[in-house]
Design a protein around this ligand. Structure first.
Ligand SMILES: Nc1ncnc2c1ncn2[C@@H]1O[C@H](COP(=O)(O)OP(=O)(O)OP(=O)(O)O)[C@@H](O)[C@H]1O
Length: 452
C-alpha cells in the first residue's frame, strides 16, 4: 500500500489546486477518509462523535472549528487512534487503518499539540529524533534529520540542538513540537490547538511559518482550533462542527464567510466577515505601487530639487542597503538645515508581499502617511500599498464573493429543477438534493453547491 499518493481530481483541495503553491512542490500528503466514524465514551448517554463521514484530500490543510465540547479533539485523535473509535472506519492513503497496530499507524501520522508536549528531560535534538530513532533510523540519519528539521522551523541547529525545553520560549517550544511531529516525514500531520498557549504576536508568526512550511511540504494537515480567524487564515477548507461532531459546513473559507449554510454557521462566523476576508488575501495579490525614492547617498541638493520640482510632495528615503528609512516632505527639508539626520519621519512599519491585507491595513491605519512600504526578503524596498488600493481591493473581493455565491445558488436551483423534472418523469436515477450544507456526510470538494 503506498504511503503517499499524487493528487487526484477528486482528492484535490485548494492546496493541490491552482494558486501560488501549485506546481511548486510535490504533494507528499495522503488522503484521509472517515466513514461513519463514531465514539461513545464509557458511561455517556450520547456519542461524543456521531457517525462522521468526511474526505480530506492529499496535501490539503483542513481546520476543524466548533464550540467547546463538540468533539473536535475526539474526532482528531481517532485519526491516529490515540482514541479508539467505537465504530466506523478510517482510511489513510486508501489503506484501512482502523485495526492496524496503532504504533505502526502513528509513524504515518505526525501529532503536534498545545504547549508542544515535549519531554522535559530530553534535549531538543533528542525530542525531535525520538520517532526516527524508534523506527530504526541510523544514528547519522537521525542526526542529519534533526538538523534539517530545526532548520525547517527556523531554529539554528547549533544553538538549539542541545537545549532543554525549559530553556526555550513558548513559541520556540511550539516550533520544536512541529519539527518533532514532522521528523519521520509522515504524510499526515494532526495539530490539536498547537498555537493555543502562546501570545497573539508569536501565534501570528507561527501561523505564517506553518503556511510557509505547508507551501514547501504539501502534507495533509488536520488542524483543530477554537479560533475562527485562525481557521480562515490557515485552512484550505474549514469544517464547522456542531454538537456530536455533526458537520454544519465543510467548505473553503471564502464560501463559509460569504455563504454560510445556516444560522449556526453564521453565528460562528460572527460579525465582520468583510474584515475576515482581508485575512485571505496577500499583499502580493493587490497592486503594489511605485513610489519616488531617494537614497541617503544622494546629495541633499538633488533631493531638495526633486521635491521642489513639484511632481511629488513626498519622497521615500532609502538607507544604504535600499531599505525604507524615512518619509520626506518638502517642509521637512526646509527645516533640515543641511542634514538628513534631522529631516523626515522614520518609516514605522512595513509589510512583505506575503503579509495579509489585514496586516497591511493595520500598518496603513497606524502610519500617518496613509500608506505602507512593501519590502522583499532582505528588507529592501519594493513599492507601497495605500489606503485607496486596499479599499478598492476589498470591494472587488467582496463583489467577486457575492457573484460566486449567486452562481452557486443558481447552479443549485438548476440541479434541483432538473431532478424534480426527472422525478416527475419517473427517472429512477434521481436522488434527493440536499437542502443546505448541513449533515454529516461531505466528500472532498463539492461544498460550494451546498450553500444556502
Ligand atoms: N475521556 C472521556 N470520557 C468521557 N467523556 C469524554 C472524554 N473525553 C471527552 N469527553 C466528552 O466528549 C465530548 C467531546 O469532547 P472533546 O474534547 O472531543 O471536545 P472539543 O470540541 O475538543 O472540546 P474543547 O474545544 O473544549 O477542547 C465532551 O462532551 C466531553 O466532555
Amino acid at each position: 500500500m503506498p504511503e503517499t499518493q499524487p493528487p487526484t481530481a477528486a482528492a484535490a483541495g485548494p492546496a493541490a489546486d491552482a494558486g501560488p503553491a501549485a506546481g511548486a512542490a510535490p504533494v507528499t500528503g495522503a488522503t484521509i477518509q472517515l466513514e461513519n466514524l463514531s465514539k461513545r465514551y464509557h458511561g455517556s448517554a450520547l456519542p461524543a462523535v456521531d457517525s462522521v463521514n468526511m474526505e480530506i484530500g492529499a496535501g490539503e490543510l483542513v481546520v476543524f472549528v466548533g464550540p467547546s465540547g463538540c468533539g473536535k479533539s475526539t474526532l482528531l485523535k481517532m485519526i491516529n487512534r490515540l482514541i479508539e473509535p467505537t465504530s466506523g472506519r478510517i482510511r489513510i492513503g486508501g489503506e484501512d487503518v482502523t485495526r492496524i497496530d496503532p504504533v505502526k499507524l502513528r509513524r504515518k501520522v505526525g501529532y503536534a499539540i498545545q504547549a508542544s508536549g515535549l519531554f522535559p528531560h530530553m534535549t531538543v535534538g533528542d525530542n525531535i529524533g525520538l520517532v526516527p530513532k524508534m523506527i530504526g533510523w541510523s544514528k547519522t540519519k537521525v542526526k542529519d534529520r534533526v538538523e534539517e528539521m530545526l532548520d525547517l522551523v527556523g531554529l539554528d541547529p547549533k544553538e538549539f540542538h542541545g537545549r532543554y525545553p525549559r530553556q526555550l520560549s513558548g513559541g520556540q517550544q511550539q516550533r520544536v513540537g512541529v519539527a518533532r511531529a514532522l521528523a519521520a516525514d509522515p504524510p499526515v500531520l494532526l495539530m490539536d490547538e498547537p498555537f493555543g498557549a502562546v501570545d497573539p504576536i508569536t501565534r501570528d508568526h507561527l501561523q505564517d511559518e506553518l503556511i510557509r512550511l505547508q507551501r514547501e511540504l504539501h502534507k495533509t494537515i488536520v488542524f483543530v482550533t477554537h479560533d475562527f480567524d485562525e481557521a480562515v487564515k490557515l485552512g484550505d477548507r474549514i469544517v464547522v462542527l456542531r454538537e456530536q461532531s455533526h458537520i454544519a459546513q465543510f467548505d473553503t473559507p471564502e464560501a463559509i464567510l460569504t455563504n454560510p449554510s445556516d444560522d449556526f454557521v453564521s453565528g460562528f462566523v460572527g460579525a465582520g466577515a468583510a474584515l475576515k476576508r482581508l485575512n485571505l488575501t496577500r499583499v502580493r495579490d493587490v497592486g503594489i505601487a511605485d513610489f519616488p525614492t531617494v537614497s541617503v547617498d544622494d546629495p541633499l541638493q538633488s533631493i531638495f530639487d526633486r521635491l521642489r520640482a513639484g511632481t511629488h510632495s513626498e519622497l521615500l528615503l532609502l538607507d544604504r542597503k535600499g531599505r525604507p528609512y524615512k518619509w520626506l516632505r518638502r517642509g521637512d527639508l526646509m527645516r533640515a538645515k543641511g542634514s538628513l539626520a534631522r529631516a523626515g519621519t522614520l518609516v514605522g512599519d512595513y509589510v512583505t508581499r506575503d503579509a495579509t491585507l489585514r496586516d497591511a491595513l493595520e500598518a496603513v491605519l497606524t502610519d500617518s502617511s496613509g500608506r505602507v512600504a512593501v519590502t522583499g526578503r532582505r528588507g529592501e524596498y519594493i513599492g507601497v500599498v495605500d489606503m485607496e488600493t486596499l479599499m478598492n481591493s476589498v470591494h472587488e473581493l467582496l463583489e467577486e464573493d457575492r457573484l460566486s455565491a449567486m452562481e452557486a445558488q443558481h447552479e443549485l436551483e438548476e440541479t434541483r429543477a432538473q431532478q424534480t423534472h426527472l422525478a416527475q418523469e419517473g427517472g429512477a436515477a434521481a436522488g434527493p438534493v440536499p437542502e443546505n450544507g448541513a449533515g454529516s456526510s461531505v466528500a472532498g470538494g463539492g461544498g460550494r453547491l451546498e450553500g444556502k
